[in-house]
Design a protein around this ligand. Structure first.
Ligand SMILES: NC(=O)c1ccc[n+]([C@@H]2O[C@H](COP(=O)([O-])OP(=O)(O)OC[C@H]3O[C@@H](n4cnc5c(N)ncnc54)[C@H](OP(=O)(O)O)[C@@H]3O)[C@@H](O)[C@H]2O)c1
Length: 160
């Protein structure tokens, strides 16, 4: 399981339901990483996705309350156990946990992420949802990629 998300230098990930920055180069990195793969997200993140995103990826949505509002193209799970029990995910694809903050917290608290690509966008932006950065404090990080206005760090979980 790979985590992939973006934040600013104060760990803001969202403002009023949208990314508070415009960074096409980072979006291109993100899209390239998750292209045609399995993407796992919380309901609030799912609710902002266009239909084309569901058509282009294998989408799994974490939800307890909104099952009836989720498109038939997406798979719905109510817990990490239910995710692990899904037996119809394509075996040749990688699983990416793409957020938001609640689902990142769930996965990190349960040590369910092997490595996490966290893009840090330059600067400070207004925000109302924050990445739970403390949960990565024990993961050694390496610089994966350096762009004009962002850096991607890879945090690796130490096994054992
Ligand atoms: N910058 C980035 O990289 C990035 C990435 C993704 C999202 N975002 C932004 O983050 C915001 C959303 O983040 P968020 O933290 O508010 O919400 P979220 O993690 O996307 O979704 C939260 C929802 O997930 C479900 N959920 C949470 N814990 C669960 C559990 N243990 N079992 C089953 N379902 C569970 C619940 O859905 P129900 O209410 O249906 O039960 C909950 O309301 C959006 O504005 C989005 O744009 C940013």
């Amino acid at each position: 399981m790979i985590g992939i998300m973006a934040c600013d230098q104060h760990y803001v990930i969202s403002n009023k339901g949208a990314l508070p920055w415009n960074c096409p180069e980072e979006i291109a990195f993100y899209r390239g990483m998750i292209k045609n793969q399995i993407v796992i997200m919380g309901y609030k993140t799912y609710a902002q996705m266009p239909l084309s995103f569901l058509e282009e990826h294998t989408v799994v949505v974490f939800s307890k309350e909104h099952h009836n509002e989720i498109h038939r193209l997406a798979k719905i799970v109510s817990s990490l156990d239910a995710l692990h029990q899904l037996n119809d995910l394509p075996a040749d694809k990688q699983c990416f946990m793409i957020g938001g903050a609640e689902i990142a917290k769930l996965f990190l608290e349960n040590k369910a992420i092997d490595h996490f690509y966290l893009s840090e966008i330059e600067g400070y932006h207004p925000g109302d949802v924050f990445f739970p950065i403390k949960l990565l404090s024990e993961y050694p990080r390496t610089l994966h990629l350096s762009g004009a206005s962002f850096k991607v760090y890879c945090y690796r979980h130490l096994k054992g």
